[in-house]
Design a protein. Structure first.
Length: 95
């Protein structure tokens, strides 16, 4: 049962990461072509909703949002918050 839960969580993180990576890629393209951008709040919320691994990869591979200090501080806060909430959920499920 625990193995199934771990697999489900991993699958959810993987799917959310793909969606988040795609959002960063679309925003990067919009920035280059002068089209309407994805709001930073949307990118941060996608990361908070378990997509932060994909956001991290997009920031590194696409060089998008990686040099904006204010964004990076908010991004890492959402990562810590997500991991903390996951830890609380895991701890609560074992009680």
């Amino acid at each position: 049962m625990i193995d199934q839960a771990v697999q489900a969580i991993a699958a959810f993180y993987a799917c959310a990461s793909v969606v988040c990576y795609a959002a960063y890629a679309l925003d990067k393209r919009a920035a280059r072509t002068g089209r309407r951008r994805t709001p930073e709040q949307t990118l941060l919320l996608l990361g908070l909703a378990c997509g932060w691994p994909g956001a991290f990869l997009a920031q590194r591979w696409l060089r998008h949002k990686s040099s904006k200090r204010a964004f990076q501080m908010k991004f890492w806060f959402t990562v810590v918050l997500n991991v903390a909430l996951l830890g609380v959920a895991v701890f609560a499920s074992r009680m």
